[in-house]
Design a protein around this ligand. Structure first.
Ligand code: DAT
Ligand code: MG
Length: 148
């Protein structure tokens, strides 16, 4: 089942020069980049993106963090891409994330955990719309790709 998911490389990914490393993992897995941009999230956008966390103890700190530096936003496509990306990211808290996952290999923090990935089809649809206009999402075929 082909799915699209929103992935963000968060401020610590840029600060730690891990952008290439993280994108490379997704590419090598076989996920297809169908949209990508660098942007600096506004407070307003951050509030929308993280609206489910409004009122939680870490909410203000999370908004400060996500707006502290530019980020890379991507839409990745592939078979069950939403859960595949979530598994590749690992648990939210880098301390608990399994080695071999992005957070497990590169983060020891619950907040500064490098990546965001949509957690469901509904979240993916909502989040992709927040970051990308329809015309920014490419429909194309990789040279070795077979459409079934
Ligand atoms: P995930 O990013 O794994 O989907 P989430 O949606 O529960 O995790 O939370 C969004 C972000 O909020 C998460 O990446 C880091 C931050 N966060 C979550 N729980 C936290 C906590 N207990 N303390 C500090 N930051 C937290
Ligand atoms: Mg989440």
């Amino acid at each position: 089942m082909k799915e699209k998911t929103l992935v963000l490389l968060k401020p610590d990914a840029l600060n730690r020069r891990l952008v290439g490393e993280i994108i490379s993992r997704f590419e090598k897995k076989g996920l297809k980049i169908v949209a990508m941009k660098m942007l600096w999230m506004s407070r307003e956008m951050a509030e929308k993106h993280y609206e489910v966390h409004r009122g939680k103890g870490f909410y203000e700190s999370l908004l400060d963090y996500i707006t502290s530096a530019p980020i890379i936003a991507m839409v990745l496509e592939g078979d069950r891409a939403i859960e595949v990306v979530r598994r590749m990211m690992g648990k939210t808290n880098g301390v608990e994330a399994e080695p071999g996952t992005i957070r497990g290999d590169y983060s020891l923090s619950v907040q500064n955990n490098l990546v965001h990935g949509s957690d469901s089809a509904e979240s993916a649809e909502r989040e992709i719309k927040l970051f990308f206009a329809p015309e920014e999402i490419m429909e194309y075929r990789l040279v070795d790709e077979i459409w079934i």
